[in-house]
Structure formats: C-alpha cells, structure tokens
Design a protein around this ligand. Structure first.
Ligand code: CP3
Length: 344
C-alpha cells in the first residue's frame, strides 16, 4: 500500500510541499481540556496509568488543531518506575525518585522481563489510540534515552547540570555502565511493546545529551541510541525511529548515520540553515522553533516559523518546536504557527 500519512512520508525521506506538524508536549497544561482531564484522573501519574484518560488527552490536541501526528501520553520516568524505582511528582517542582548511589541500590532494581507488568496500561493506551486516531494521523511512541533517564535515577530528581550522574560515571564507571546497559536493554523491550501495540514510529528523548562531551557523548549518547535502534530494527525493520540528542550542537552532524536513526530532532540552539546543510543531508529533520514563541506570538512567531519552513523545505522535514511547549503558552499562538506552516 502506498503510504499516505504525511508524517510517515517525511520519515521515509520524502520532501513534501508542506511539512507535517506536531509539537513536543502537545498534550499538556497550556490546554484547559488537559487540565480538566488531569483533575479527573487525580494527578499526573494516575493520568499516565489510566489508559482511557491518557488516550483522551492524547486525542485532545488532535481534535483542537488537526496535527499530523500524536504522541502517546506517558512519561520517560515510567520505565524506571517499572524497574522498581520509587517515583512521585511534586506539584510545581517536578519528579522525585529513589536514588542510585551504590551497587546495592542498583541490585534492588527488577529485571528487564518484569517491566511489562507496570507498563501494561501504557500499551493499552497505544492500542486505544491506534483504533481511535483519524486515519491521516501518525501515532508516535517514545522512551527516554538511557543517559537522560539515568540522570534522574541517580540524582532522584532533575538537576541543573546532571552533576550526580557525571560524578557516578567518573567515579564508578562499572556501576554506571550497568545502569546504562539495563536502561538500553529495557528500552528496547519497552519500545518493541509499544510498536506491537500500534505505535508507527518511536522517538528517543535524550534531553540532557548536551552535557556529555567528547568521548562521553560517543559512549553514553551515541552508543546507547545505536544499540536501541539496532535492537528495534532487528525486530521491526520498517518502523522509523526519531532520535533527539538535545543540546548536541556540532554533534548533531553525523548522528543519524552513526546511530541508524531515520530522523533527528534538533533543539533551538542551532540555526535552521546549519541544520539544512549539516544534518538534513543525511535524512529527515524535525524541530527547531523556540518554544517561547508559543507564549509571545505575534509577527516574530510568524517570521521565525517561515524561516524554518524556508530553510528546511528543500528536504525531508517535520515541523516542530525545539523543546516542549510550556504551560504559559497561549493556545491561539499554536493555531497561528499551524496556519503559517500550512500557508493559510
Ligand atoms: O509530548 C507529549 O505530549 C507526550 C507526553 C510526554 C510527557 N513527558 C508528559 C509530561 C513526553 C514525551 C514527556 C517526556 C519527558 N518527560 C522528558 C523528555 C522531554 C523533555 O521535555 O526534555 C523528560 C525529561 C521528562 C521528565 C519529566 N516529566 C519532567 C522533568 C517533568 C516535570 C517538568 C514539567 O514539565 O512539569 C515531567 C512532567 C510531565 N510530563 C508533564 C507532562 C504533560 C507535566 C505534568 C503535569 O501535568 O503536571
């Protein structure tokens, strides 16, 4: 069958007249309907594990805006929870987890085969979505990259410089390597299950890749991505994979080739012209618009959106933000961005 979904065509390397559009964190607190459903679920984690309601919030931005893709509503920290870490969210602050400081802490974690028990509701969300999404909308599954997930598991929270993870990596590379290996292998299993449940593409979020420099970037950002992609391609050769090594800077160049990713998502620290020349030459690219434009809107939003469409329009391109949309964004600015991309 000829592929008709725009997002899937771009991922296959096709250059389209108008790029497909979706947004990181498109189901989120900037939408009143999201806040209402989260209140109904009780809290954020209960929403993630309530398949019906998680599917509902995934569908909300599709109904409101008609995005070309929807991303499963879940979180990258559900996998550590499935591996036995404690996880909770502090309102207004962010995630909290039990920490990993020693071999004994690591040894308390569960095995890879045990994760599906906790994650079963996520697979059910994917199944509901693959039934309910409009036929033109692509369903994206996702997981965190091992390094980024490890930074939260080690520190027990988000940190400005990922200091505790860097410290463990440098002081106890053997233990650190075990954490990365466990996350790499369990991520392959987790994403495989999402694909089997109906995800048509998957994205690997390495939000803190930018704090890995030189050989560390190769060892802990590039290598795990390559292993996950090889593991997935062995089982699901036709499923395209998106990698997001946020903050990679010059290391965005060559990332797709080195890892086997079909698409590389870029943040807003690189110019679209540079991305066209150095990253898009190897395949599809996605991202780049500063999320703050969704707060401020106006002519600057229109100008920057056009600039990205112009610079990346000569190759395979998916329009997206450089990072997640923030809770203070104005839903009308999202519509303005979409209208600008689609030329209305
Ligand atoms: O993009 C989507 O709409 C799909 C769902 C999704 C969420 N988190 C929902 C969420 C995805 C893909 C993520 C990924 C994620 N989660 C990342 C990688 C991407 C990135 O943003 O860099 C990271 C680092 C996390 C961990 C995480 N989850 C943090 C640090 C926080 C707290 C910060 C914040 O924005 O509140 C979360 C919470 C979270 N994950 C929310 C949502 C909608 C907000 C929770 C709420 O509704 O109160």
């Amino acid at each position: 069958m000829t592929e008709t979904k725009k997002m899937m065509r771009a991922l296959a390397g096709e250059t389209l007249d108008t790029p497909p559009i979706w947004m990181m964190r498109q189901a989120g607190r900037y939408l009143p309907e999201y806040r209402a459903t989260r209140a109904q679920a009780g809290d954020f984690l209960s929403l993630c594990y309530n398949s019906e309601l998680a599917a509902e919030v995934t569908l909300q931005p599709i109904r409101r805006y008609g995005f070309d893709a929807s991303i499963l509503f879940a979180d990258i920290l559900l996998l550590p929870q499935a591996l036995g870490a404690d996880l909770w969210f502090v309102t207004g602050e962010g995630p909290r987890l039990s920490t990993i400081e020693s071999q004994a802490d690591f040894d308390k974690l569960k095995g890879i085969g045990d994760i599906h028990e906790t994650l079963a509701p996520v697979y059910e969300t994917v199944r509901i979505l693959s039934r309910e999404l409009p036929s033109e909308t692509t369903l994206i599954g996702f997981a965190g990259a091992p390094w980024t997930v490890a930074t939260y598991m080690i520190a027990g929270r988000g940190t400005p410089d990922q200091g505790p993870a860097h410290k463990l990596k440098d002081e106890n590379p053997a233990l650190f390597g075990q954490i990365i290996d466990l996350l790499t292998e369990s991520t392959i299993e987790y994403l495989s299950q999402q694909i089997e449940a109906g995800a048509e593409t998957v994205k690997i979020f390495d939000s803190w890749a930018g704090s890995l420099k030189g050989a560390d970037f190769d060892k802990y950002a590039l290598e795990p991505a390559k292993r996950i992609i090889a593991g997935l391609k062995a089982r699901h050769p036709d499923v395209p994979i998106i990698a997001f090594p946020r903050g990679a800077g010059a290391r965005y160049e060559g990332f797709a080739k080195a890892t086997g990713a079909d698409c590389v998502a870029v943040d807003d620290a690189v110019s679209p012209e540079w991305v066209a020349e150095h990253v898009q030459k190897d395949g599809c690219v996605q991202g780049n618009l500063k999320s703050s434009h969704m707060v401020t809107g106006g002519q600057a939003l229109v100008d920057e959106t056009r600039k990205i469409v112009e610079a990346l329009g000569k190759g395979p391109h998916i329009f997206n933000l450089g990072h997640g949309i923030t809770p203070d964004a104005d839903p009308e600015n999202v519509q303005l961005m979409i209208d600008t991309v689609r030329g209305r």
